[in-house]
Design a binder for this molecule. Structure first.
Ligand SMILES: Cc1cc2nc3c(=O)[nH]c(=O)nc-3n(C[C@H](O)[C@H](O)[C@H](O)COP(=O)(O)OP(=O)(O)OC[C@H]3O[C@@H](n4cnc5c(N)ncnc54)[C@H](O)[C@@H]3O)c2cc1C
Length: 132
């Protein structure tokens, strides 16, 4: 069973980083889909939902995708469709159901480096740069 002692929604990236690095039993929460399967004791669960990290935006250098962006956001994005056609939507559409893809996050999937990840395979083909 997953046990969480404290749940915190930091108001800045600096605060989140401090919470994460000050205790080795702190964990960042993405959608929680994978975390909830394990039986762990988390001292501080850090929810990044107040940090405006859910975005897909076009800049002069390329397209930026925030860590809290969900798989469903990627699937529906007009910007991604315009540049890459259906590549990302096709890679993700077979993963569980829409409800699941509505809360599973890009940051968690990339950080966790799952060997089975359909997202990582698609991102590799797009020659992405990761910013941690
Ligand atoms: C039942 C099931 C079936 C799945 N099937 C597939 C599939 O067919 N294809 C596929 O590609 N994927 C599949 N996945 C994986 C899924 O797509 C996600 O990659 C996975 O659930 C992690 O996303 P999450 O947001 O739920 O992360 P969480 O469960 O919240 O977190 C997972 C890990 O990432 C860490 N983390 C979370 N956010 C961040 C962040 N911003 N920065 C650093 N670390 C972070 C957490 O601390 C935790 O260690 C499946 C997952 C489940 C549970």
């Amino acid at each position: 069973m997953l046990m969480i002692k404290d749940y915190i929604r930091p108001k800045s990236l600096e605060e989140a980083y401090e919470l994460l690095s000050s205790n080795k039993n702190s964990r960042i929460l993405g959608g929680g889909a994978f975390l909830r399967l394990g039986s762990k004791r988390i001292n501080t669960a850090i929810d990044l939902c107040d940090l405006d990290l859910n975005y897909i935006k076009e800049t002069d250098e390329g397209i930026e995708i925030g860590a809290m962006t969900t798989f469903r956001d990627l699937e529906k994005s007009q910007i991604l469709k315009e540049y890459f056609g259906n590549l990302l939507a096709d890679a993700l559409k077979g993963i569980m159901g829409v409800q699941f893809r509505n809360y599973v996050t890009v940051g968690a999937s990339v950080y966790s480096k799952y060997g089975f990840s359909d997202l990582i395979t698609a991102l590799l083909a797009l020659d992405c740069t990761l910013v941690f």
